[in-house]
Write a protein that binds this ligand. Sequence first.
Ligand code: SF4
Length: 267
Amino acid sequence: MSDINMETENTWCPGCGNFAIEAVTKKGIKKIGRNKTAITAGIGCHAKIIDYVNVNSFYGLHGRPVSLAVGIKLANPELSVLAFSGDGDSLNEGISHLIHAAKRNSDITVVIHQNRNFALTVKQFTASSPKGFVSNSSPEGNVEEPLNTLEVANSAGATFISRSFSGDIEHLQETMEKAVEHKGFSLIEVLQSCPAWYDTNSYYRENSYKMEKVPKNPDKKIREWNYDGEGKIPLGVFKKQEKPTYEEKMARKGKKVSVEEVLKSKI
Ligand code: SF4
């Protein structure tokens, strides 16, 4: 076994966008150092990244990679902590964890493998599937409006919001590095094709464009693409804001208090 690679057989489908995420993750971890990084994952195809990258890691329950990452970072603020999650994992089961981690400005990076369906369980619709999406749980077409992932993170107060595409590995690497370097909660939504159940490769390739700089009005830019086939898809960094992190705020409050002091307090 070499440093970063595991000997585990890779069972992702050929052409899956997860391969690009795995490749840039390995490259990034090599730069930061394996003993200075920890990764978490939930349940779904994305989560197999834990089996393929040789680094401190934690396989969580469905929808829980973000809360695990928050805990790891709080326990050891020296680590770079990345939470890998699918759209079903983070926007269905785990949406409250995503919202609260963004609200706290926990200094972690959340990587959303956005394939817009529950792929591991063979195609059910998720919160970000398009309207009309035909799946095993919506055989006559999804009747719901898709949820804008970036809008959710933005309304919760995320201090770094970005989007990339697994078909453009250079852009993905560059955006992921910026997200990890950011001090505070950072989110990177990676649009990825799922050739088995929802092949979106050509659609993203033909309809996305790269933003040259961070927009002055992130709210407007974030709404430019509605996840439903209308509008061009902006890629890059939408928002970058400096704010004290959750860990910094907790460290300031972290002075030991005796039981007597608590009993005497007026709280
Ligand atoms: Fe990738 Fe879809 Fe295959 Fe899962 S089912 S490994 S997401 S292509």
